[in-house]
Design a binder for this molecule. Structure first.
Ligand code: NI
Length: 255
């Protein structure tokens, strides 16, 4: 079986000491493709270098995260736009809205989100969307300022997921789908057209069962796809291949 991790922060500090071993375990687990999500310009440049060196294995994404709303400047947006235009970068993100951490900055977050969506449109790249406790505002913005993309670590309702799929958005599920109390993620997994499901770790965060609570890494993707298969009542092989093919379509790659 072959797997995709559509959202991996593998260049974050947590992987600095054993980066090669993390990649080795991913390979052994069959995780053949990873989208490296970055939140700082220097990190984005490292991700683009990796993507350029091994484009079958890595793709790079960069965007200004909503949690960084208090430090964003016109200069940082200008630099973001330059990186977005770099041909070695595949995705703009993660971008979006986070009302869990920065609710009082909602207006500024919306403006930053829309400006980065417009940059993505100009450079013709899909967006990787982060939405936390901001389901309706995120949906309203993506409906009005529509660009292709994926809702990462989706935590909304099955009904909302269906609305996104109608607009052509992919839905990425991670560790939460394996949690006993995560009703929403399982409902979403069961409810939407399976052609729009992607798998992700969001590592180093959100480890799935049975390794919940430890540092997450791309090698944990099979735990997530296994639960997706159970929820959809298909074989693990069929689920893995479906998600892989979705990833190929979404990532714009052919074999
Ligand atoms: Ni993330």
């Amino acid at each position: 079986m072959r797997y995709l991790d559509s959202h991996a922060h593998i260049l974050s500090e947590e992987f600095r000491d054993d980066f090669d071993a993390v990649l080795q375990r991913a390979e052994e687990a069959g995780v053949e493709r990873m989208v490296i999500i970055t939140t700082q310009p220097d990190e984005a440049r490292r991700a683009m270098a990796l993507a350029a060196a091994d484009p079958r294995r890595f793709q790079a994404a960069y965007g200004i995260h909503p949690e960084d709303i208090r430090t964003v400047t016109e200069d940082s947006l200008k630099e973001m736009a330059e990186i977005a235009a770099d041909p070695r970068l595949s995705f703009v993100g993660e971008i979006g809205l986070d009302y869990h951490w920065e609710k009082e900055m909602a207006a500024a977050q919306k403006e930053l989100f829309i400006r980065q969506i417009e940059i993505a449109r100009q450079v013709g790249k899909p967006v990787m969307v982060h939405s936390r406790d901001a389901h309706q505002d995120t949906f309203d913005i993506l409906k009005e300022h529509h660009v292709p993309g994926v809702l990462h670590c989706f935590s909304g309702s099955a009904e909302l997921a269906r609305e996104y799929v109608k607009l052509g958005y992919y839905i990425a599920l991670g560790g939460a789908v394996t949690f006993k109390n995560a009703r929403h993620a399982k409902e979403v997994c069961a409810a939407i057209d399976p052609a729009y499901l992607l798998s992700e770790t969001d590592c180093p965060y959100m480890s799935p069962e049975p390794v919940r609570g430890t540092r997450n890494e791309p090698a944990n993707i099979p735990h997530i796809v296994r639960v997706m298969a159970q929820v959809r009542q298909v074989s693990e092989e069929a689920m893995a291949e479906q998600v892989w093919q979705n990833g190929q379509r979404f990532l714009g790659v052919t074999e």
